[in-house]
Design a protein around this ligand. Structure first.
Ligand code: GLA
Length: 391
């Protein structure tokens, strides 16, 4: 691994002007269906109205110069050396450049990119998928490479796996690219078939509560869960089956094999099968406008993530337990990989402020840490727009 020191932003680095290419790359929520994407299951994410803004300009060199306002960090990457580095965010940039160079065009040219926006990092809103897909889309437009959406999604996923070391599934990238206004994405992660469900939640709204913790375990335990699922599948197939994914298995089949599956692996597999069923029930509930059932499924999802899949933490559990006592909250659960980040809550809009006040106080008293509430709306996926005048 080579190490490129982060440099000061150079004087001749561009400041965005009207006419520049601007990409809006949103974060995502996931209503239900956690840790199912890499298990070939169903998920129900959506893009949100919090996004990164990436502004691009060609620079006619063989270097990519990128400044991130959120990280207050500048980096210069030579297209002739796309080996991984030791620092975090640069690896994402190098990763997507390497993918594009390999899969699409070895003739890639240099550009400048200015990144700003209000997408919290490490909160489980997929800021990394937004960054990777935003870069891929921007480079695609800038150099007219003809990359389609599916390739953007798969290249961004691969860059995260190979350069950031998380063996992630495809949900985040898919939601960032394919999101629609008021549209939940019912995605079958095995086939990548998707259905957009236009749902109305009024008078309820989605509220994220950011714990402001990211436990160290998050990456290593994420990869471990994936391995545990593969291990469980192998044991199940060793009994004469030929399943491709855990989510292809019925609960009866699993329980019939319980004597040969170690107890912890059985819990993981059971969670996957039951969560997959919950997603399908949630889709039906959404189509029928049955928000009560949807909320109950969200609580059940959290219990599974806490007790069977074991990716929750004390901070997330407290928030969900608090929400569950409040009749103005229909459902709540941890969201994303786990071990910190946000909970997602479906809260009556007239009681939102009171709920935030009470839960923030309880969180502060218990953990001596503040909670960040983030109200979100379901919004379009990645878009190419002209630069906005911010003066
Ligand atoms: C992270 C990963 C996704 C998915 C979720 C858990 O966000 O990037 O692929 O596995 O965790 O559902």
């Amino acid at each position: 691994m080579s190490q490129r020191p982060n440099k000061e932003i150079p004087k001749n680095f561009f400041s965005p002007e009207p006419g520049d290419l601007v990409i809006h790359a949103p974060g995502r929520i996931n209503l239900i269906g956690e840790h199912l994407d890499y298990n070939g299951g169903h998920v129900l994410p959506a893009a949100i109205d919090h996004q990164l803004e990436l502004i691009f300009r060609r620079n006619n060199t063989s270097s990519c110069r990128v400044y991130s306002e959120s990280f207050d960090n500048y980096t210069e990457i030579s297209l002739d050396d796309l080996s991984p580095v030791n620092t975090g965010w640069e690896n994402y940039i190098i990763g997507i450049l390497a993918q594009i160079k390999k899969e699409v065009s070895s003739e890639l040219r240099g550009f400048d990119c200015f990144i700003r926006g209000a997408l919290p990092v490490g909160a489980g809103l997929s800021s990394s998928a937004a960054l990777l897909c935003g870069l891929a889309k921007g480079i695609n437009f800038l150099f007219n490479l003809g990359i389609n959406d599916k390739s953007v999604i798969l290249m961004a996923q691969k860059a995260e796996q190979e350069y950031a070391g998380t063996q992630c599934g495809v949900m985040d990238q898919f939601a960032v690219v394919k999101g629609e206004t008021d549209g939940l994405i019912h995605l079958d992660c095995k086939t990548l078939d998707c259905e957009i469900i236009k749902a109305q939640f009024k008078p309820y709204r989605f509220l994220l509560l950011n714990t402001n913790v990211t436990h160290k375990l998050s990456d290593s335990e994420y990869n471990k869960r994936r391995q545990e699922c593969e291990e469980a599948l192998k044991i199940i197939n060793s009994a004469g089956n030929n399943f491709s994914y855990l989510s292809d298995i019925t609960l009866d089949t699993l329980l019939n094999l319980k004597s040969i599956i170690p107890p912890e692996l059985l819990k993981r597999a059971r969670y996957v099968i039951e969560e997959n069923q919950r997603v399908l029930q949630a889709v039906m509930a959404l189509k029928e406008g049955d928000l009560i059932t949807l909320g109950d499924l969200m609580y059940a999802s959290h219990s599974g993530l806490r007790d069977q899949y074991k990716v929750s933490c004390a901070e997330l559990d407290l928030l969900v337990a608090h929400a569950q006592k409040n009749p103005k909250v229909l459902g709540a659960r941890m969201m994303g990989g786990g071990f910190g980040g946000c909970t997602i809550n479906l809260v009556h809009q007239d009681h939102m402020d009171e709920f935030i006040r009470n839960i923030s106080q309880s969180y502060q008293e218990t953990f001596n840490r503040s909670l960040t509430p983030i109200a979100v709306s379901i919004s379009p996926g990645i878009r190419c727009v002209a630069v906005k005048d911010r003066s």
